[in-house]
Design a protein around this ligand. Structure first.
Ligand code: ADP
Ligand code: ASP
Ligand code: MG
Length: 830
């Protein structure tokens, strides 16, 4: 028996679920390079569970065992029939199966009589699955080898004649001498043979049947590898390798191509089911590389677990274990008292309870530890008993048990000595709104663990996963109102998507688009280049609850609603979104300029739930008007006043109006060219400008309501109601009055401008004013916005922001920029 000669392969239950899987397994084995092969097999998928289920049923009484046995029998017989057909081996395989089933049935009956199963009986019943699958695979391989004329010998080996273990407190320990002696006898090692071995089961030192524990076939494979000094061990399963997180919970998980034994062990211990934690020891001892490969995608290279891995990435994977309780022992009397921890954990050890995680603050005021939930009642008793005297005297104040917790662990060798990783881990959890109950870091720095509420576990996994760039930073986007601005935004996002992904690892997924009556939900993401057609083909009636749930999908760590509508109704939903931790990005002014009560509540709720509310584009489209104001304030400047022209439409009207044509005609032309709202009164009333001023006022720290503003409406009083046409028809009657104002201004060398003013001392106003030609507001491009900030620092020479402040392209770009700001906040790299 020599190294590099033998190959060990192990096929898990998922690789042996049905006859098609067996064929796949045979293809892999018969195509393998010509070296002696040992194949360790699990039971057919679900079989061990079914057998253990029967044990539980039997414990309740004798009645319900028969149907379960029949179901097992029917499944196996069908598989034998399909794989072996008329082959005489079928009879042998079925005879052996029926004999086993008879024995199993006897044991189950015995259990049902005493209404309780001894460990040995349970192990015996559970272990039949491996006997059956391995016999069937052996017969099928023989048949196929014959048919393909490629392998001459296929042996079958019952692992109870090979692997000898002793059951200890920490689980089964291999008795190597006895096992080696068996191996010498049972592996004659012909150059070109396959030996099929039962996984999971073994003999104990008395020669009796035992098992290696749930998922123990991985361990079997590694033991066989060590016994044979194999060149490699391949664990074949149903995923492409060890993934950066459990793929059923983190769809973004990616294959880790290389990992060290230690990393794999840590991942396995903290819940990565793909490999059993005990597997590593025998392989490590003999430095045998372990490959994790996909039976259903054998071309994929898989993951290689070995001793010499240069760690390039700091974090390898993120895992979780559920079903955990957190116990907190608290008391001032513990401070500085040596031996408290020793007493505590000594007591737990004596009761056979394994502690998963320990965390003690350096004040020693409390010790906090995690145990399996099923042990928690016992743990509480044990601890109370151990500290009975202290509890009575008040030196220990409380023993608290919190149920329903999970542990999230970040694992990687490269974490050692890398400052900031823990901060990153916890800040990602914080931003995802996850409450961390306890923290522990192993001194190896290979693992940082956090205890969270079980219901947060999946979200925590996903947030941490994307936070560490195992996958691109992913943001689920719901777009509301694909009108001018919304459609332009989708176009801009489509054009930038690739570059953002490549350069910043940013992955925006528009998973929903809603109009006022319809919505399109996309499973992965809407194809932005083709969204109109997708909307046409797939839109359904709008249902806000479903829309929200879909965009705020469990498997994506962050969700954002982009509200490009101008709707009050949509603004009314922000509160609900914030409560769910969904961010909002919007050019819609309704919420930010709504009543103070609503405004305050919105900000309070979004803060509580770690949601962001970004609305730079509510004032001056993409111009940095709100951001500039925030920068001034946050850097300690004092803002004295803000004034400006905040409406592109009104800027245009008064730029064009030179007294030669009636004002009403200019309004009509502007409307026809799309420079005004569909109803020009929305612009002329000044309410739009007033809302912008309110937003700025609040950013400045002034608690103003819309009613507090002094607004001069340019809509004549009695024309406020009525249709748009009626309004446009009646407007010429007021041309003379406007012309008079213009003339007066013109005579004084002035022009008319519609100006918003906000001052610390003089409140806020929106008015048509006459300004001298030299005034900066007088010399403006057509639809430009201009804003002047006067502050303590900018007192003599005010700070001015000027430029195009309206139009779909710049507004959409501003919304896009807010989305990028959000991503940066959530942790995207720059
Ligand atoms: P087998 O039947 O082959 O023993 P298991 O079901 O025991 O397979 O283990 C494979 C499964 O482990 C995968 O299908 C996957 O859902 C789950 N899994 C959990 N965590 C991980 C991880 N980090 N990497 C890969 N698979 C994982
Ligand atoms: N069949 C056993 C189990 O399900 C062992 C294994 O599959 O690894 O636990
Ligand atoms: Mg397994």
């Amino acid at each position: 028996m020599g190294r590099d000669n033998w190959q060990v392969h192990k096929f898990g239950g998922s690789s042996l679920a049905d006859p098609a899987c067996f064929r796949q397994v045979a293809d892999i084995l018969l195509a393998a390079s010509p070296a002696p092969i040992a194949v360790v097999v699990s039971a057919m998928g679900g079989m061990t569970d079914a057998l253990l289920g029967l044990v539980t049923t039997a414990e309740q009484g004798p009645d319900d065992i028969a149907p379960g046995l029949e179901a097992i029998s029917a499944r196996y017989a069908a598989a034998v029939d399909e794989l072996l057909g008329e082959d005489p081996a079928a009879v042998e395989v079925l005879d052996a199966f029926r004999a086993d089933l008879g024995d199993a049935s006897d044991v189950l009956h015995a259990i049902s009589l005493v209404r309780s199963a001894a460990d040995r009986s349970r192990d015996l019943v559970a272990g039949y699955g491996e006997l059956w699958s391995s016999r069937l695979l052996t017969a099928y391989l023989r048949r196929e080898a014959g048919a393909r004329d490629c392998r001459t010998e296929v042996h079958w080996l019952d692992a109870r004649r090979l692997i000898v273990v002793e059951q200890r407190e920490m689980g089964p320990a291999v008795l190597w001498d006895a096992s080696h002696a068996n191996a010498a006898q049972h592996f004659p090692a012909p150059a070109d043979a396959i030996t099929v071995i039962t996984g999971f089961i073994a003999a104990d030192d008395a020669g009796l049947h035992t098992t290696l524990g749930r998922n123990g076939s991985d361990f079997s494979a590694s033991i066989v590898g060590a016994l044979l000094k194999a060149g490699s061990i391949s664990i074949w399963t149903d995923v492409d390798g060890v993934l950066s997180a459990d793929p059923s919970r983190v769809p973004e998980a990616a294959v880790i191509h290389q990992l060290s034994y230690n990393e794999a062990m840590e991942l396995a211990y903290f819940g990565a089911k793909v490999i059993h934690p005990q597997t590593m020891a025998p392989a490590v001892e003999h430095a045998i590389p372990i490959w994790i490969r996909n039976t259903f995608n054998p071309e994929a290279p898989g993951s290689c677990i070995s001793g010499d891995v240069e760690s390039s990435t700091q974090i390898k994977g993120i895992t979780s274990i559920g079903g955990v309780s957190l116990v907190n022992l608290e008391g001032a009397g513990m401070i500085g008292v040596p031996g408290t921890a020793d007493r505590l954990f000594g007591a737990l050890r004596e009761s056979g309870i394994s502690v998963i995680l320990i965390s003690q603050a350096s004040s020693e005021h409390s010790i906090c530890f995690a145990v399996p939930e099923r042990n928690s009642a016992m743990v509480e008793q044990v601890v109370r008993r151990a500290f009975a005297a202290e509890l009575e005297q008040g030196q220990v104040q409380s023993v608290e048990v919190q149920h329903g917790c999970s542990i999230i662990a970040v694992v990687g060798d490269g974490m050692a000595g890398m400052p900031g990783l823990a901060a990153k881990f916890f800040s990602t959890l914080g931003r995802a709104g996850i409450n961390v109950r306890a923290i522990a870091q192993g001194s190896s720095e290979r693992n940082i663990s956090a205890v969270v509420d079980a219901e947060d576990a999946t979200r925590a996994l996903r947030a941490a996963h994307s936070g560490f760039y195992l996958s691109a930073e992913t943001l689920s986007v719901g777009l509301i109102g694909p009108g001018n601005v919304g459609a332009m935004l989708l176009e801009q996002m489509a054009a930038q998507a690739k570059a953002l992904r490549a350069t910043f690892g940013l992955d925006f997924r528009v998973r929903g688009i809603a109009t006022s009556s319809q919505m399109l939900l996309a499973e992965a993401a809407v194809d932005l280049g083709n969204w109109r057609a997708e909307f046409k083909a797939g839109a359904e009636a709008l249902d806000w609850a479903r829309f929200t749930a879909h965009v705020n999908a469990e498997h994506l760590p962050h969700a954002v609603m982009v509200d490009c509508s101008a709707s009050d109704d949509v603004a009314g939903r922000y509160l609900d979104w914030f409560r769910q931790g969904v961010h909002v990005v919007t050019p819609n002014k309704k919420a930010a300029s709504g009543s103070l009560a609503v405004y305050d509540e919105l900000h309070a709720v979004r803060r509580r739930h770690n949601a962001r509310f970004l609305y730079e584009t509510t004032v001056g489209a993409a111009l940095p008007i709100i951001d500039t104001l925030r920068d001034l304030r946050q850097t300690g400047d004092d803002i004295v006043s803000i004034e400006g022209i905040f409406s592109g439409t009104l800027a245009y009207l008064f730029n064009v109006y030179d007294g030669s044509e009636p004002f009403s005609a200019i309004v009509r032309q502007a409307r026809d060219s799309g420079y005004t709202e569909p109803d020009p009164r929305d612009d002329l009333s000044g309410m739009d400008v007033a809302r912008k001023l309110i937003i700025l006022a609040r950013e400045m720290g002034q608690r103003l309501e819309l009613e507090d503003l002094d607004v001069e409406s340019l809509v004549p009083v009695h024309l406020g109601s009525g249709t748009i046409d009626e309004f446009l028809d009646a407007l010429p009657a007021h041309d003379a009055a406007m012309r008079e104002r213009w003339q007066a201004a013109s005579d004084a060398g002035q022009v008319l401008r519609y100006v918003g003013r906000l001052s610390r001392e003089h409140g806020a106003s929106v008015r048509l004013e006459a300004l001298p030609l030299a005034h900066p507001f007088a010399r403006m491009n057509l639809t430009d916005n201009i804003v002047r900030y006067v502050s303590r620092r900018y007192s003599d020479n005010p700070l001015v922001v000027q430029g195009p402040g309206a139009g779909p392209a710049v507004t959409a770009a501003g919304v896009f920029a807010d989305l990028l700001r959000l991503a940066a906040y959530l942790g995207a790299s720059r």
